[in-house]
Design a protein around this ligand. Structure first.
Ligand SMILES: *Cc1c(COP(=O)(O)O)cnc(C)c1O
Length: 382
């Protein structure tokens, strides 16, 4: 029998300790494992770069949540992106990336992997003519379409199944960075994507106390190559960070339900506020991504962005005036955060096609009491 999401989140990979019966599997803070004789290992583990039981427990849990066969737990979201790219491509390969992709991913491709012979084409990968035209160009080292949905910071929604169909027709693979939605809201592998990448720093960890990343696949050949390269180049998380991740993932569904309910209420409040000129949230019926989001997501997520009437100075004033919403980068933790993308997370892309309006604020809506969140925004908006 296939268990539901929350049961899998709590039980997958979490076998009680066979020696003591501890319900929570132990945290294996060890670099190496004793051998019974030369070449005779006692169990499955020999050295913690190659494998560690706590990391395995986290990987098993996440694979079950993403409906994948195999997951890999890395030291950051960026190392997961790098591992996925180096596994799926060879020199002469190409990546097609949205212009609103996470800035670190754009930087990795254009400032690191470009010199290793990977071409990056930045264009909207979602249902555009341009995607078809780029996919059809000759390529020798493999081709990937990299999708983020909902995107950052404008929460654009991309139809994963449609992009996968289009990419596969050209022999290209699709990677989905599923950080914003989390596996509770969206399972890209089930929609036809080939690889899922996460920054587990965000919703999966959920408590703003770890930096980590992950890859999930359902293809044996990719899994074998990821296993090899993860060990060969050392793309691993510490056992302690894997243990924090396990703890976070167990409550993902209840946290996400509250994140989504709070974000929906915040978006509706902002949408009717006279000092707000526009709100981006796929849960609003007026949002251009609403229909696709309704089809491919369980709910609309915890991220909201909006334009403050009065421009840059006024939006910076509002971001500095909230008390419950803390002024900080990052997202996906239990606490609410506000940031000014043009001056903070997206400052490095100023003057490029990825630049964002300077009256925009981004909220990571936490799981506090909704009345406190709305009162805080109301007071700050003035
Ligand atoms: C934060 C983030 C990353 C990078 O992850 P790190 O854990 O900071 O390395 C990648 N993609 C998205 C969508 C993110 O939000």
């Amino acid at each position: 029998m296939e268990y539901g999401f929350s049961t899998r989140a709590i039980r997958a990979g979490q076998t009680p300790d066979p020696v003591t019966g501890a319900v929570v599997p132990p945290l294996y803070l060890t670099s190496t494992f004793v051998q019974d004789g030369v070449g005779r290992m006692r169990g499955d583990y020999e050295y913690s770069r190659a494998g560690n039981p706590t990391r395995t427990a986290a990987a098993t849990q996440l694979a079950a949540l993403e409906q994948g066969t195999c997951a890999f737990i890395t030291g950051s979201g960026m190392s997961a992106a790098d591992l996925a790219l180096r596994t799926a491509l060879r020199p002469g390969g190409r990546v097609i990336l949205g212009q609103d992709a996470y800035g670190g991913t754009t930087r990795l491709l254009t400032q690191v992997l470009e010199s290793w012979g990977i071409e990056t084409v930045i264009t909207d990968p979602c249902g555009s003519q341009r995607l078809e035209e780029v996919l059809a160009r000759p390529v020798t080292g493999g081709q990937l379409v990299w999708v983020e949905t909902p995107s950052n910071p404008l929460l654009h929604v991309c139809d994963i199944a449609a992009v996968a169909q289009q990419a596969h027709a050209h022999g290209a693979r699709v990677v989905v960075d599923n950080t914003f939605a989390s596996p509770y809201l969206q399972n890209p592998l089930a929609l036809g994507a080939d690889v899922v990448v996460h920054s587990t720093t965000k919703y999966l960890g959920g408590h703003s106390d770890l930096v980590g990343g992950a890859i999930v696949v359902n293809d044996d050949d990719l899994a074998e190559r990821l296993t090899f390269l993860q060990n060969a180049a050392g793309y691993v998380s510490s056992p302690f960070d894997a243990w924090l991740l396990i703890r976070g993932m167990k409550t993902l569904s209840v946290r996400m339900d509250r994140h989504c309910a709070n974000a929906g209420a915040v978006a509706a409040f902002l949408d009717q506020h006279p000092r707000v000129s526009r709100v981006h949230y796929p849960g609003l019926e007026s949002d251009p991504g609403h229909d696709v989001a309704t089809r491919q997501m369980r709910a609309y997520g915890g991220m909201v962005s909006f334009h403050v009437a009065g421009g840059r100075e006024e939006s910076i004033r509002v971001a500095s005036a909230t008390k419950v919403f803390l002024l900080a980068e990052s997202l996906g933790g239990v606490e609410s955060l506000v940031e000014h993308p043009a001056a903070m997370t997206h400052a490095s892309v100023e003057g490029t096609a990825s630049a964002v309006d300077d009256d925009l604020l981004r909220l990571s809506v936490g799981i506090e009491d909704i009345d406190d969140l709305i009162a805080d925004l109301d007071r700050a908006l003035g």
